[in-house]
Design a protein around this ligand. Sequence first.
Ligand SMILES: *Cc1c(COP(=O)(O)O)cnc(C)c1O
Length: 323
Amino acid sequence: MQAALPTFADVADAAHRLQGVAHRTPVLTSRTADAMTGAALFFKAENLQRGGAFKFRGAYNAISALPEAVRARGVLAFSSGNHAQAIALASRLLGVPAVIVMPEDAPAVKVEATRGYGAEVVSYDRYSQDREALGREIAGARGLTLIPPYDHPEVIAGQGTLALELIDETGPLDMLVACLGGGGQLAGCALAAAERSPGIQIYGVEPEAGDDGRRSFHSGQIVRIPVPRTIADGAQTTYLGNLTFPVIRQRVTDIVTVSDAELVETMRFFAARMKLVVEPTGCLAAAAVLHGRVDVRGKRVGVVISGGNVDITAYARLVAPAA
Ligand SMILES: *Cc1c(COP(=O)(O)O)cnc(C)c1O
């Protein structure tokens, strides 16, 4: 049976639960970016969120919404990225045991960060083992609740609180531009933005190599693609969710794409002009705005900077000028 679609009321509940727990991240402006685009841009800096990405919002909201007895048994996530760290951190804050299923070749820094938050890491061989089957087996045997990275009503609602905060601070906006992987961020932000700023245009931005969201949006059916090759590792999802897709279809204006080269240029822009370390995936929305993929001229536009978790060596290599 399909769970009910999340609504604005769920975003409002999430804002309550996150009050005093999630950072109310700053909204930044840049005269240079405004001059480049002819718009008034408001960047929501979720790279400065706890755990380094907006994912903390959804993770904490989902775990804290569980009934006490269910929550006490623990939660499980399979991810090697920001969702894993977010679940680990949120679990620690809520005093809940967490198991994270990660590939055995996951970057050591990520495994360490996850362990550092007190989660138990179970590794698997990504070439011979099915992580979902393994995750479900462990969850079943130990009575843990699986928290998926995007297709979950409380995860979507939690992510939406970032747009709520943004618009509460800026007042009504003409447009909101968000990143798109599996759609938790975009769906949640769309619920919040449509309520707080009626008539707002909402755009989602995907990596060019992984445009399943754009194709799904235009065809009206969830399109599945092979794992895309892109530096935007947080948006290497291969299909939208059963909950995120209908919300996106209903409320989003359009979905556009950007290239990896444009993401790198945007990382450099953030470093040089705004003194911000932003991971490749975190640059999706800004890259679309700075490279003219959406028509922002003369408009007041919210732009989500979704995360800043990037290995420092990889970061240095990406932002270094070509020799
Ligand atoms: C997960 C993630 C995304 C994509 O979010 P979805 O909710 O899956 O669409 C974008 N940016 C960063 C930094 C992420 O961690």
